[in-house]
Design a protein around this ligand. Structure first.
Ligand code: ATP
Ligand code: MG
Length: 463
């Protein structure tokens, strides 16, 4: 045996004097500006070297194989016969039997099959006429639980299914906005002005009352005046997906977290939690879409409260780990106390004024296990499942290398070209998100159906 000495771990024998000598002067706020300026320069440099996504995102084409397997339930031979019979239909590009189609073309083909194809096949997804879009919020105050990934994949699977989708990014990190290739120069292209507009309208109402009582009006600044002139449809932008639109986010949206409580202090009767809801229903955005997905920041701030109050369905993604289970339990606790205290505060006033009481209600709430590793986490996931019971989806969204390795241009499984992966990896990776969508779609269809039963007016609308 050699008598070689084991090296001592690196955290022993640190000399305090030398450590002090290596330090810079204490950091003042100005130093952050310098760091930001350097990062901006570095960003330009990286962009020049081709690291940044340049310009517009483009959605890839879809092959005959994919269309027949995943998008339109027809056999490939029949699909080819139909294309031959109707030369006006999109014919696709490429050599041989496998043609490639844009999603616009797939949507057109889908319409054709729905009109001409077998009556017992589901070519178009079910959607009751006359009912508003379903709003699905994806939320958890724990960070990194796959909120954004889940939202993006759900939006894309709903779009592939043929639904018209709006995604609203309420996280000032803007990850969902980047995935959707959004262009958001400042807060005026985010949900911020819609929230401001709701407050501005409340102030206008209050000022009419005050004028009648000879009281001085509440202040009305430039932001509020400008907000009054913004419309949700001007903020919503198209994306590289023909049937997904985006209301984006960027850093300045975070300002809403400071501004909303200040507004509320100025006017206690303003229902700050209803601002987004009011914007979506007041401007009839709910009639333009089938499904609206809301991605929220990892916090229970005012933006998240607005998302939750607007939502019909709430999804709470969490990993199958002790810490994520624990903090998700607390999240439910916070949801309870936040919304119960709003109800209590409001209803005290409303009872006194003889007004109907507010009661928050969701069509369905589901915790959803994400990034699941069956080899390591099955026991823990089973325990979590037992405690959440029917508050939890039955399917666990699996960890897949295909999400992690998404490049700048391609995000997630539905945008990736299957030819770049081993076929089994692709099929399994895709299946995990398809099954999440299937479970969420079941909730959406079920709640629409239930609405139809309880809404006699809509039944007459449908003839
Ligand atoms: N099924 C999956 N397989 C592998 N990696 C995944 C999967 N789902 C999410 N991830 C990865 O986990 C990380 C966190 O995901 P994501 O950004 O969606 O979480 P988040 O909850 O939106 O985070 P934040 O709280 O910061 O908004 C990302 O790097 C994402 O690529
Ligand atoms: Mg996120």
């Amino acid at each position: 045996m050699t008598a070689g000495k084991d090296p001592i771990p690196p955290y022993f024998n640190i000399d305090p004097a030398k450590a002090a000598a290596r330090l810079s002067e204490p950091i003042s706020t100005a130093r952050f500006a310098k760091a930001a300026a350097f990062a901006a320069k570095g960003r330009q440099d990286l962009a020049k070297r081709g690291y940044a996504p340049d310009g517009k995102k483009r959605l890839r084409r879809f092959s005959t194989w994919e269309i027949c397997k995943y998008l339109i339930p027809v056999a490939p031979a029949h699909f080819r016969r139909v294309l031959k019979k109707y030369p006006d239909l999109p014919q696709g590009v490429g050599e041989g039997n496998s043609k490639w189609f844009t999603l616009e073309e797939v949507l057109r083909l889908r319409q054709h099959f729905a009109a001409e194809g077998a009556a017992d096949r589901e070519y178009l997804p079910w959607r009751p006429k006359g009912l508003p879009a379903k709003i699905v919020a994806v939320s958890n105050f724990k960070g990194g639980t796959s909120k954004t990934t889940t939202t993006a994949h759900l939006a894309m699977s709903a779009a592939l299914d043929g639904y018209k989708v709006l995604v609203i990014d309420l996280d000032s990190q803007g990850s969902l906005t980047s995935i959707m290739g959004g262009d958001v120069p400042d807060e005026w292209s985010t949900a911020f002005p819609l929230l401001a507009k709701d407050y501005a309208q409340a102030v206008q109402g209050e000022n009419t009352v005050r004028a009648a009582a000879d009281l001085p009006p509440l202040p009305f600044d430039e932001t509020l005046t400008e907000a009054l002139n913004t419309r949700a449809r001007d903020i919503i932008q198209p994306t590289h997906w023909p049937n997904i639109d985006l209301m984006g986010a960027q850093l300045n949206l975070y300002w809403a977290e400071f501004q909303i409580p200040v507004w509320r202090m100025g006017l206690r009767s303003w229902s700050l939690w209803d601002a987004l809801s009011n914007a979506l229903s007041g401007e009839r955005i709910l009639d333009d879409y089938d499904i609206i997905f809301l991605d929220t920041p990892p916090a229970l701030g005012y933006l998240t409260i607005n998302a939750l109050a607007a939502a019909d369905i709430l999804l709470v993604p969490l990993g199958a780990s002790f810490l994520e289970f624990d903090s998700t339990g607390r999240f439910f606790d916070m949801l309870y106390s936040t919304f119960a205290s709003i109800e209590e505060g409001e209803n005290a006033v409303r009872r006194a004024d003889g007004l109907p009481e507010v009661k928050f209600e969701w069509d369905a709430v589901r915790a959803l296990i994400t990034r699941f590793d069956a080899g390591q986490q099955t026991d823990l996931a089973n325990v979590i499942q037992a405690y959440f019971g029917d508050f939890m989806t039955t399917y666990r969204q699996e960890l897949t290398a295909m999400v992690g390795q998404a490049g700048e241009q391609v995000n997630g499984i539905y945008e990736a070209d299957y030819r770049e992966f081993n076929r089994d990896t692709y099929v399994r990776g895709r299946e995990t998100f398809d099954r999440t969508w299937a479970e969420v779609k079941e909730l959406i269809l079920g709640t629409w159906y239930r609405d139809l039963q309880t809404s006699p007016q809509e039944e007459t609308d449908n003839g």
